[in-house]
Every structure is written in C-alpha cells, then in structure tokens.
Design a protein around this ligand. Sequence first.
Ligand SMILES: [Zn+2]
Length: 439
Amino acid sequence: MSHPTSHPDPEWAGCADGGEDEFVPPVPDAVDLVLESATMLAVFAAERLRRIEAMRREELAPILGRGSGAVEMAERSIRLELSAGMRVTEYAAGRLLLQADALVNRYPRALDALSGARITEKHAEIFVDLVDQVTPELRADIVDRAIALAEAEPVGTFRRGLRDLIARVESTTLEERHAAAVGGRRVVVESGADAMGLLLLHGPQVELHAIFGRATAMAKVIKATPGETRTLDQIRADIVADLLIDGTTEHLPAAASGIRASVVVTVPVLSLLDDDAAVAGDPPVVEGIGPIPLSRARELSGGDGKWMRVLTHPETAMVLSVGRDRYSPPAALQKLVKWRADRCMGPGCGMPASRCEVDHQIRWADQGETALENNAPLCKGHHLVKDNTDWVVTQLPGSGGALEWISPTGRRYVVQPERKVPVFHSAGASADDASSAPF
Ligand SMILES: [Zn+2]
C-alpha cells in the first residue's frame, strides 16, 4: 500500500490549482488506522451474515414443505457444514445461523447499520439476543430505538440501555411476569470434579445481590485482619458456607458480624402513592439490577433502614456543594453523585457506582471544589487512567453530570450520567442546551 500522503497518480496533482491552495489529505494517525480496520470488520461481518443466510436458504429450499423432522435434520447438516468449513464449533456456527436469520429476515435495518459500520458485530449480536426475547407485538416499539441506541453507545452502555428500554416497554407486564418467575425459585447442588461442586440459588435478583453484597462486605473486613492469607473469593465462600451451616456470625471478628446488606432502590415518589402515576411513569429501579415490580419497590421502600431509598422528586432537598470546606464529600453528596451516575463514568464502563471512588474532575490541588458539578464516581481503573495519563476529563458545565473524555490522540467521548439531577443556575445560563447536546 502506498503511504496515504504521497498520492501516486500524477493526474491528481494536476487537478489542484497548485501553489499553497493545493489540497493535502489529512494524515491518518495510528488510531485512525485501527478504526479503519474495525470498520472493515463490520462491513465484512454483515456480508458474512448475508452469505450465511443465503446458504441456509439454498440448502433448505429442496426440503421445504416436508415435515419438521426433515427440516431439523437439514438444519443440523447446514450447521455442521458451516462449522467444518469455518473451523469453528458447532455451537458458534449455530449462533451465526441464528444471527443471520434474525438480521436478514427480521431486523434488516440493524443489518444495514452493521454494513455501514455504524454498529459493531457485537452490537448486532446483543441486539438480536435481546430484541428476539421480546414478544413480537412489542418489538415494533423497540427496534428503531434500539438501533439508534446501538449507533450512539459503546457495547456495555448499549446492552444496559437496551435492557432498560425493553424492561420499560414490558413494564406493564413486569408485575405478572415477576410473580410467575418467583415461583421457580430453588436451590440446586451440582457436582463437579475433584470432590468440589456448585450450590446454586435461583431467586429474585434483589435478594441475591443483597446476599452477595453482605458476604463481600464481611469478607473485606476479614481480609484486612493481620495474618489473613485467603483470597476475597475464598473468604466470601467460607462466610456463606458458615452462615448456611451454623446460621451465626459469632465466630467472626466483631467488626464483620454486624454487617447487613445494602441495596439502593430508586422509586419515582408518585408511584408509591398513586397507581395511575405508577402506570404512566418510569418503573422502580434497583442499582446494578434494573427495573423491579412496583409491589416489590413499595415493600422495600417501606421496609427497614438497610435499604437506601432515593425518591426521585423534583423538590427533594439536596446537598449540592460544600465548596472548598472539605475534600471528602459528605455522605449525602457522595450518595447523590453516585446515584446520579449509577455507574463508573468511564467510557463504556459498567462498574456499579457503589464500588467506585468519587473523583474531583478539577483536582483539589488545582482549587477544584467538592460539589455535584465537580464530582463523579470512577472505578479504580478509570480513576488511575484519569489521574496518571494524558486523558483529559472534564465535567461539562450545565450538563447535569456528563463527563467529557479527550483521549491522548484528541478523540472526544462524552459519558452521560444515568439520571438527571436538577441543576440550579444564575439567571441567563441555560442548562438544557448543554445537557441535550449530541455527542
Ligand atoms: Zn470504570
């Protein structure tokens, strides 16, 4: 390949007017070259799926109209053909066939987005996996919004956004579906190799996260005691086993025995009071889990102190800033900063905010304030990148908490917080312009 700056065609040079106005094509940097190959991969992935679907149709054509047994055998044969030819597992070949069928026949606009490299193959895969689970009557409501989401967001954010979108569309039936699913709760032991096995508890996610969260919090206390050599995973497993066998925490260090689970549940306050408002509004959401049935949320919100309740009400009084009086945000501000973001504000990161550190975007040492408009949660990894590399991270003024990440090569990414918190401005400033600005 010729170098992009030296054009080999002498005619081309003649086309320019000559002199200083001569067009100089921009020189792609190393990141551009990587992105260019990623674009090619997407284009080729779409083409491969089209050809896989064409192959499937061609091989199925002769047996159309015969019984389902014949079709099933033909499909097995096609899967083996594809797996042998591509030298991938039959499972992988089967996935490709399903994806191809779905994208070509049911979601052609998503396939177009892949052909145009506006989404990646991974986006397309998640799209099919999630949208296919939606009952066909509700799909029409979701497809266009899902494609727009895929075109705008990195993979992790897209997956969460699409799940939320689907849950929101389905939330009218969430109550009944959850009630039916809860009936399937059970505990199962699976035997494994080397005299080990798995204990599986299938139950409502809220409780499971509470169990895991409590075991983790206890394990961290024990891990910090002098002489402790077990890993966090090992300690957590020992704690759960001890609790289930003995049912007490008396043998644990005093600091670990009082720990109770904490789950953050966000409920639109009107939903708690009024059924009509509940139907119209957003469903209640549990941090790290997603929407839950309203009846569950009402139960949790009225329950005891181990649930942190954030009621989304426009008139809620909030601590917005403590200026430069103190470096470490007071508990209420920390909660608000984390609640607003819900997750690490690193590009595409999914780490729940409860496990993040609160970062000052303008560093304390550089006169940054401890305030909602200068604080955001970052996981350890993203915090390190922000503080120790040439990435430049800024909270966009008036955006309600959006972070702008400028890469060392000058590329710009904007991470939006999960929720909006009212921002108060002096007269003349407009918050809406900034918060609704496109990437
Ligand atoms: Zn992160």
